[in-house]
Design a protein around this ligand. Structure first.
Ligand code: 4HQ
Length: 242
């Protein structure tokens, strides 16, 4: 999969995508990620990317021309992307379903803004969609872009070494995860649940499914609407309601 990110802080993106599964997938050639410094697409001596807002008001607005020039460069050197995503609190919420949809694309571009935002003509003429990672105000689109790339990348076949680990992921099943334990079996007076030490694999599976479901009911009941439950789980759920 090919991804291109346009930002005034390329080192933030480089650092975030150099480690862990994404870093390894890049080295292995599974992900081709281009990080582009918006200032490289300015034509003035001081590489200015912002200007005062028309109509007045506080703060600065990102100029349109460098984004247009960067997109032209990407189309010429990297090909035509299937999606150009603007990260903004005004976008639709980025979810696991959204990550799955984007992971099916071969080429995606992410546009990161700073300051008060980006000139509206960038959204109109360049963006194919707008995404928000949540209802809070960040100082730029870089952290959202890293979140989107990370969530999408781990759905690309081969990026996460063990397919079963993606299968087991909380949102793949639509439920919260079950609790995890490792050695030691007792730590500061806290015991690992006996069933996990029992070696009864059918019982362990059952305990994990039941615990995941109970946690989802308690903490994120909103997720149940989109969850895929088997007959046992539907039965537990019925019982938990009474
Ligand atoms: N931004 N999800 C970039 C966000 C944001 C979010 C605020 C985007 C500042 C310049 N983006 N502007 N939340 O808070 O995507």
């Amino acid at each position: 999969m090919k991804l291109d990110i346009i930002t005034i802080f390329p080192r933030m993106i480089d650092a975030g995508l150099a480690e862990g599964v994404v870093g390894r997938a890049r080295t292995a050639g599974l992900l081709d990620i281009g990080v582009h410094n918006l200032r490289d697409f300015t034509t003035d001596k001081h590489h200015v990317v912002d200007d005062v807002p028309f109509g007045g008001g506080p703060g600065m607005v990102m100029k349109p021309e460098p984004f247009f020039a960067a997109m032209t460069w990407i189309r010429e050197h990297r090909g035509a992307p299937e999606a150009v995503i603007l990260l903004t609190p005004a976008g639709g919420r980025f979810t696991q379903d959204g990550a799955r949809r984007l992971a099916a694309f071969r080429h995606v571009v992410l546009l990161c803004g700073r300051y008060e935002g980006i000139d509206e003509r960038v959204r109109e003429a360049l963006a194919t969609e707008e995404l928000s990672i949540g209802d809070y105000v960040l100082s730029g689109g870089e952290v959202p872009a890293l979140a989107v790339v990370d969530a999408v990348a781990r759905l690309v076949p081969g990026v996460v070494g063990d397919d079963q680990s993606v299968e087991a992921d909380s949102f793949t099943r639509g439920l919260l995860d079950y609790p995890h334990y490792t050695r030691p079996a007792e730590f500061e007076g806290r015991q690992v649940p006996d069933v996990l030490l029992s070696g009864h694999h059918a019982e362990i599976r059952r305990w994990r499914r039941e615990t995941a479901l109970r946690r989802t009911v308690e903490r994120r009941p909103d997720l149940l609407a989109g969850a895929t439950l088997d007959a046992d789980e539907r039965e537990w759920l019925k019982r938990s309601k009474s």
